[in-house]
Write a new protein. Structure first.
Length: 99
């Protein structure tokens, strides 16, 4: 899947994450802001990369501002931002191809 424009999902509320995706420069450019980055930063990055891989995205700027989101929330926010960035609003494979 090719990111064609910026897309965002999520909020800055507690237990959520705000995810922004933009067209990349040939790779995954990952930025994370989190109060728990020292404890969970590697795990958040792993979840993000796995989700992008399942979506077929390998060329993207991904920024996550984490406010204590669970894995399922991170995945949903990344999926939402990616689908908005490619203007896909119908026939989304929620719970199907993305796990």
């Amino acid at each position: 899947m090719e990111i064609t424009k910026a897309g965002m999902a999520g909020t800055l509320e507690s237990s959520d994450a705000q995810v922004t995706v933009e067209p990349g420069e040939g790779k995954i450019d990952f930025e994370l802001q989190s109060a728990v980055i020292h404890q969970y930063g590697n795990h958040i990055k792993k979840v993000a990369y796995e989700t992008l891989e399942r979506l077929g995205v390998s060329n993207v700027k991904l920024k996550i501002v984490d406010k204590g989101a669970l894995d399922c929330t991170l995945k949903a926010r990344i999926e939402g931002a990616v689908y908005r960035a490619v203007d896909q609003y119908e026939n989304l494979p929620w719970g199907g191809a993305i796990r």
